[in-house]
Design a protein. Structure first.
Ligand SMILES: Cc1cc2nc3c(=O)[nH]c(=O)nc-3n(C[C@H](O)[C@H](O)[C@H](O)COP(=O)(O)O)c2cc1C
Length: 178
């Protein structure tokens, strides 16, 4: 099996990380993987906010998420499972392909992380928090370009837990058309 296919097959969501920081040259490769993703019309409009796991803004996002959920008690884990790095991908509110472009980029990063021996978790649960009342405040703190909004996020780090990749129903999900 090719290395790429192996990384795709073996990737799964990581919901527990070691405290170790990601080495700068490894993190750079992950950012490059995002930048190398294709974008509609080669617009390259998506933006990557690369956030240290200890940055205060992550707790602020977590608090806003929990406030929005109306949870009486916060869940035991935060949304990024204490990963040492989180990347938030934002895109142009007025470009209809931005969400898809961000999705392609986040998967590129997830596959690259797997290939480099790291775990990752794609994160959608902060959407309401990042697009709600505090959207402008978070946009500034996260350095989005003007007119951008959160599209998707990914937690990255060394795996402290492992999980089998998900299963799927080939017959239900695939139609071969001849
Ligand atoms: C768009 C998207 C958003 C997701 N958001 C979350 C999330 O907020 N929290 C979480 O724990 N997992 C999240 N996941 C991970 C999925 O739950 C996970 O990919 C799925 O259960 C399949 O498991 P696997 O990634 O281990 O194969 C998200 C995945 C995708 C593709």
């Amino acid at each position: 099996m090719s290395e790429v296919l192996r990384a795709i097959t073996e990737r799964s969501s990581t919901r527990g990380y070691k405290k170790d920081k990601i080495a700068p040259e490894i993190l750079e490769q992950l950012i490059q993987a995002g930048l190398e993703a294709p974008t509609a019309a080669n617009k390259q409009e998506i933006h990557f906010s690369v956030i240290d796991g200890e940055a205060a803004v992550l707790q602020e996002i977590e608090d806003e998420k929990n406030r929005g959920f109306g949870l009486e008690q916060a869940p035991p884990n935060n949304f990024y499972y204490d990963a040492p790095t989180v990347i938030i991908i934002s895109g142009d509110k007025n470009f209809s392909w931005s969400e898809l472009d961000a999705g392609i980029a986040v998967e590129n990063i997830a596959i690259a992380a797997q290939a480099l021996g790291l775990g990752s978790l794609i994160i959608g649960c902060v959407k309401n928090a990042l697009r709600g009342e505090k959207e402008a405040e978070f946009a500034e703190k996260l350095g989005y370009p003007e007119g951008y909004e959160y599209k998707i996020a990914i937690a990255l780090g060394y795996k402290a837990v492992t999980k089998e990749p998900h299963t799927y129903e080939y017959e239900k999900q695939v139609t071969i058309v001849k």
